[in-house]
Design a binder for this molecule. Structure first.
Ligand code: GTP
Ligand code: MG
Length: 829
C-alpha cells in the first residue's frame, strides 16, 4: 500500500475500462448453467433521479463466481457510466475477500508465505456497504452493493438511507454534495462505508444513538485492478468529511496477526466491545517473484456472536410456538429463554416486533443486565468450565458418518472397533426394506444398553433428512447421547465442485471396484460396472454437506471433517486424535502409530461383511415390496417412459399471486394495467416454475441435461427403495429443493415475468440455461408462448425499462423467499 497520498492518484484509462466493459458484457450475455460460460454477470441500468436521463450500469457476479480464476475484475460492487461516448468507472468496491481457510489463498500457510505487511486489522462492522463517488457533472452518486436508491418505487432502500446520512454529515460541516462529489472525482476514488443504523434495519450488534451512522472503512481507486488507500488516509478523509471511523491497528508480522486474532477469538470481544471479526488488509502476490497487489482477507469470530444468534433464533421459535432447539451454551440459553418468555408474556407487542427484527438486542441486553453478565464473560466462564462439560463425557457417544459410497466408513469403523472394542452397527446388515431406519436406531440403542460406551453407526446419511431422522430418533431413545458427525467433505474449499467430485469419483470407484463382492449390497464383482457407478453417482449428486448453522446439523455435538481421498489410515488418526482432545475420558491413551497401522490393515485385508444381500429384492422383504421394487426398476429402465420436456423449479402459485397482487395494488392505474388485463382475460399461468433447462436446449447444454436426467432416474429408484408413492403414469419426483427470491417484475405489452434469484444455487449447483432465472407470469394471448419472456428479459437486460423501451419494471420489496421443488416435467401427449 502506498504511503504517500499523492502517489495514490491514478487516472482511468479509457481503453482499459472499455476492455473491462466488453468482457463484462460478454459475461452478461452468455446463459448460465451451460459449460460454455466461465462466469455470469448481471447488468442493471439505473436512471439517476434529478438528471436528464443519466444512467449508470451496475455489474454483478454470482457470489460463487468470485472463486473463478479468470474474471475480468473481482470488484464486488461495480458501477460504470458513459460520458461523451467514453466509458468510465463510477463506483469500485473492494475485491471480494474470503475468510481464513475458505479458499486456497486464505489458508494460513499461504497467507504466511504470500502476503506482506503492514497488516491493517480493521473491525468488521456489522451493517451494509455503501459506496459514494462523484460523476463528471459533479453529481454525487450513492449506491448500495448492486443498486442505487434514487428510484421512485423504493421507499427506503439502503442507498437512500445512506444518502440521507451523507446529507446530514455534509450539513453539519456546511459543505454540499457537490463538494464531496468533486473531491472524490478529483481523486478518481470511491468512498466505501458501512451503514449502521438500527432505526432502519437491526442487525445482530447494536448501533443506536451516537453509534449509528456511516463508518468509512476504505477509499478505492476507480480502476479495474484493486488499489486502495492505507488506513491512516482513510481516517484523515473521514475526519474531513464527517464520517465515523473504523478502528484499525497495524501489525508488521503475520505471526503477530495470527496470534492476536486467535487470542481475541477466544472471547469475541476486543477493547470491551463485542465485534464480529476483523478485515485484514495487506499486500499479496500470486507466487514468489510475482508483483504485489492490495489484498484483503477476513477473520470472523464465532462467539459470542453465534450465541447471540442462537438466542435470537430460539426466541423466534418460542414466539412461533415451536420447541426451541439448541445444543450450544445449553445452560445459559436455558436461562435466557426463561427471561425471554417472561418478557414476551408481559408485553404482547414484543413478539410481533421481534419477528420484524426489532427489540432483539434490547431483549438480550435486558437479560445480561438482570444477570450482571456480558457475552464475552459467559464465553470465558464456559471455557473455564471445560467447554460445556464435554471433558467429562465417558459414555453414550454415537459416531455417525456423512459420506457417500466407498469413502471408507466401514474401514474406519472396523479399525476403531479393533482399537477400542466399540460396537459397530451396520446399516448394510439390516435386511429387508421395511422400517429400516427405525430398526437401525433400535440396534444402536441395544448396543449402548449392552455396555458399549461408543457406538459407530455405519450409514451414509448423505442427505439432511437422514441425519434429521437419525438424530431425532437417537435423542428420543438416549436423550443424553453425544452425537458426533464424521463428515467426509465433498467440496474442498477453493476447489471447484466439479474438480472436488472428480477426485472423489476416481478414488472411491477404484476402491469399490477392487473391493469386488466383499460388500453386503454393492457387489462390484457381480453387478455391471455402469450399474455400480450409477448407484455411486446417485449418492454424489444427492450429497448434502454438513452445515452446522442450520437444522439438523446444528444438533451435532461435534463435526470431524475428513477428506474422502485421504487414506483411511490418515482419516482414522484424525478421528482418534479429535476424539481424544474433545473427550479425554473416553479412552486413556492415544493408540500408537503401529496400533493404528495394524487396525487399518485388519480392516482392509481381513474384514469380511457378515451378510450379503441384493438391493431392492431381499429374501426377507415381503412379496408386495419386492414386486413394487421390481416395478420401479422397470419404470426407471423402461425406454418407453414418457420423455422429459424440461427440468424446472416448481413453485407454489398462491404466495406468488399474493405478492403480485399486493405490489400491483399499490401502483397507479397505468402500472397496474397489463397485470389486470392478464387477470381479466385469465391469461395468468395456472402454475409457476423457473425453467432450469428445456429439452430444446439439451443439445446445447448436454452435460446439464444429462445431469438432471440422472438425478431424475436416481430419484425414481430411491423413491421406490424408500417406499415413497409415485404415480406410475406421471412420475415426476422431487430431485432437490431450492429457495427462490422474487426480485423484480418485468413486462411489456405481450408478456410478464418475475426475475428471480436462486438462494441455494451455489450449494446445490443449480442454475438455468436461460439468460436469467425467471418465472413467466402470463402472456397477452394464446399465440404468445411463455418462452417469449426470454426475449423480453434479454431486451430489458441490455436496454433497461422506461420511456421509449416499451418495458416496465417493478421491484419486489421485502426479500420474498419462496420454497421451490426441482422436478423433471414429462412431455404431455
Ligand atoms: P460403502 O459401504 O459401499 O458405502 O463404502 P464404505 O464407505 O464403507 O467404504 P469401505 O470402508 O468399504 O472402503 C471401500 C473399499 O476401499 C474397501 O475394499 C476398503 O478395504 C478399501 N479401502 C478403504 N480405505 C482404503 C485405503 O486407505 N487404502 C486402500 N488401498 N484401500 C482402502
Ligand atoms: Mg461400508
Amino acid at each position: 500500500m502506498a504511503q504517500q497520498e499523492n502517489a495514490l492518484y491514478t487516472p482511468q484509462e479509457v481503453r482499459e475500462v472499455a476492455g473491462l466493459i466488453r468482457s463484462l458484457e460478454a459475461g452478461a450475455k452468455k446463459g448460465p448453467g451451460g459449460q460454455k460460460k466461465s462466469f455470469t454477470c448481471k447488468k442493471t441500468t439505473f436512471v439517476l433521479a434529478g438528471t436528464d436521463g443519466v444512467t449508470v450500469d451496475s455489474w454483478r457476479f454470482n457470489d460463487w463466481d468470485y472463486k473463478n480464476p479468470d474474471l475480468p475484475t473481482y470488484a464486488r460492487g461495480l458501477f460504470t457510466f458513459q460520458t461523451n461516448g467514453k466509458p468510465g468507472i463510477a463506483i469500485r468496491g473492494y475485491d471480494k475477500f474470503f475468510n481464513t481457510e475458505e479458499v486456497n489463498k486464505t489458508r494460513w500457510h499461504n497467507v504466511e508465505t504470500n502476503t506482506r505487511g503492514p497488516y491493517e486489522l480493521s473491525v468488521k462492522e456489522n451493517g451494509c456497504i455503501i459506496f459514494i463517488s462523484g460523476l463528471p457533472d459533479d453529481k454525487l452518486l450513492v449506491c448500495s452493493k448492486h443498486s442505487t436508491g434514487v428510484r421512485s418505487d423504493v421507499a427506503a432502500s439502503h442507498a437512500v438511507v445512506g444518502e440521507r446520512w451523507v446529507d446530514r454529515q455534509l450539513n453539519a460541516l456546511g459543505k454540499t454534495r457537490k463538494d464531496l462529489a468533486q473531491e472524490l472525482r478529483s481523486r478518481n476514488a470511491t468512498a466505501v462505508a458501512e451503514l449502521c443504523d438500527d432505526s432502519f434495519e437491526e442487525h445482530v450488534l447494536a448501533y443506536v444513538g451516537d453509534r449509528a451512522g456511516l463508518y468509512l472503512h476504505g477509499i478505492n481507486l476507480n480502476l479495474p485492478e484493486f488499489a486502495t488507500y492505507p488506513g491512516h488516509l482513510v481516517h484523515k478523509f473521514a475526519d474531513e468529511w464527517g464520517f465515523k471511523k473504523v478502528e484499525f491497528l497495524v501489525k508488521d508480522d503475520i505471526q503477530d496477526v495470527r496470534t492476536f486474532l486467535e487470542g481475541v477469538a477466544e472471547t469475541g470481544a476486543w477493547q470491551d466491545k463485542e465485534i464480529e471479526g476483523f478485515v485484514i488488509r495487506c499486500q499479496a502476490r500470486d507466487s514468489e517473484g510475482e508483483p504485489w497487489h492490495d489484498w484483503f482477507f477476513k477473520y470472523k469470530f464465532e462467539e459470542p456472536y453465534l450465541m447471540y444468534r442462537q438466542w435470537r433464533e430460539v426466541t423466534k421459535a418460542i414466539i412461533a410456538g415451536r420447541n426451541p432447539k439448541y445444543k450450544k451454551h445449553q445452560k445459559i440459553t436455558g436461562e435466557y429463554l426463561k427471561y425471554a418468555r417472561r418478557q414476551l408474556a408481559s408485553d404482547r407487542t414484543l413478539g410481533k416486533k421481534f419477528n420484524q427484527n426489532q427489540g432483539i438486542i434490547a431483549m438480550r441486553n435486558g437479560f445480561l443486565k438482570e444477570r450482571g453478565l456480558t457475552g464475552a464473560g459467559i464465553i470465558q466462564m464456559e471455557s473455564e468450565d471445560g467447554g460445556e462439560g464435554s471433558a467429562d463425557v465417558m459414555r453414550d457417544v454415537l459416531l455417525t458418518f456423512t459420506a457417500t459410497i466407498g469413502c471408507g466408513k466401514t474401514t474406519v469403523a472396523v479399525a476403531l472397533q479393533k482399537l477400542f472394542g466399540w460396537s459397530v452397527v451396520q446399516n448394510d446388515n439390516i435386511e429387508g426394506m421395511k422400517g429400516r431406519s427405525r430398526r437401525f436406531v433400535g440396534e444402536i440403542s441395544s448396543a449402548f444398553l449392552t455396555g458399549s460406551s461408543v457406538v459407530i453407526a455405519d450409514r451414509n446419511n448423505h442427505q439432511r433428512r437422514e441425519r434429521k431422522q437419525l438424530i431425532e430418533d437417537v435423542k428420543n431413545l438416549i436423550p443424553n447421547a453425544t452425537i458426533v458427525a464424521i463428515h467426509f467433505v465433498h467440496e474442498q474449499p477453493g476447489v471447484s465442485r466439479h474438480a472436488s467430485l472428480e477426485r472423489i469419483r476416481q478414488v472411491t470407484r477404484d476402491r469399490v471396484f477392487s473391493r469386488g463382492d466383499n460388500h453386503q449390497t454393492i457387489q462390484a464383482g457381480t453387478k455391471s460396472q455402469p450399474e455400480i457407478t450409477g448407484i455411486m453417482e446417485g449418492f454424489l449428486n444427492r450429497f448434502e454437506a454438513i452445515n452446522i448453522l442450520t437444522e439438523p446439523d446444528e444438533w451435532f455435538d461435534t463435526v470431524i471433517d475428513l477428506d474422502p481421498t485421504a487414506s483411511s489410515r490418515e482419516n482414522l488418526e484424525a478421528v482418534v486424535s479429535r476424539l481424544h482432545s474433545l473427550y479425554p475420558k473416553l479412552f486413556h491413551e492415544m493408540p500408537t502409530g503401529d496400533d493404528m497401522d495394524e487396525a487399518i490393515e485388519f480392516a482392509i485385508r481381513d474384514y469380511e461383511p457378515a451378510l450379503k444381500q441384493k438391493l431392492f429384492s431381499t429374501p426377507s422383504s415381503s412379496k408386495k415390496e419386492a414386486k413394487a421394487a421390481q416395478k420401479s426398476m422397470k419404470l426407471t429402465q423402461n425406454p418407453r417412459l414418457p420423455k422429459i420436456d424440461y427440468f424446472c423449479i416448481r413453485l407454489p402459485p398462491n404466495p406468488i399471486l399474493t405478492v403480485l397482487e399486493s405490489h400491483f395494488k399499490a401502483q397507479d392505474a397505468m402500472t397496474q394495467r397489463f397485470y389486470r388485463q392478464l387477470q381479466q382475460s385469465r391469461r395468468i399461468q395456472p402454475s409457476f416454475h423457473i425453467t432450469i433447462i428445456h429439452r430444446a436446449n439439451s443439445k446445447e447444454f448436454p452435460d446439464v441435461w444429462e445431469r438432471f436426467n440422472t438425478m431424475h432416474k436416481d430419484a425414481l429408484t430411491a423413491a421406490t427403495t424408500n417406499n415413497t408413492n409415485i404415480d406410475n403414469n406421471r412420475p415426476e419426483p422431487e430431485l432437490e429443493t431450492c429457495r427462490v427470491v422474487l426480485e423484480r417484475v418485468v413486462w411489456d405489452s405481450r408478456v410478464m415475468a418475475v426475475v428471480t434469484r436462486l438462494l441455494d444455487a451455489q450449494e446445490k449447483d443449480l442454475g438455468t440455461t436461460n439468460e436469467l432465472a425467471h418465472i413467466t407470469v402470463g402472456t397477452a394471448d394464446q399465440s404468445i408462448k411463455p418462452k417469449e419472456s426470454n426475449d423480453l428479459l434479454h431486451t430489458w437486460l441490455s436496454g433497461g425499462s422506461g420511456e421509449g423501451t416499451g418495458i416496465s419494471e417493478m421491484e419486489i420489496k421485502g426479500n420474498v423467499v419462496i420454497g421451490g421443488s426441482v422436478r423433471g416435467v414429462l412431455q404431455r401427449y
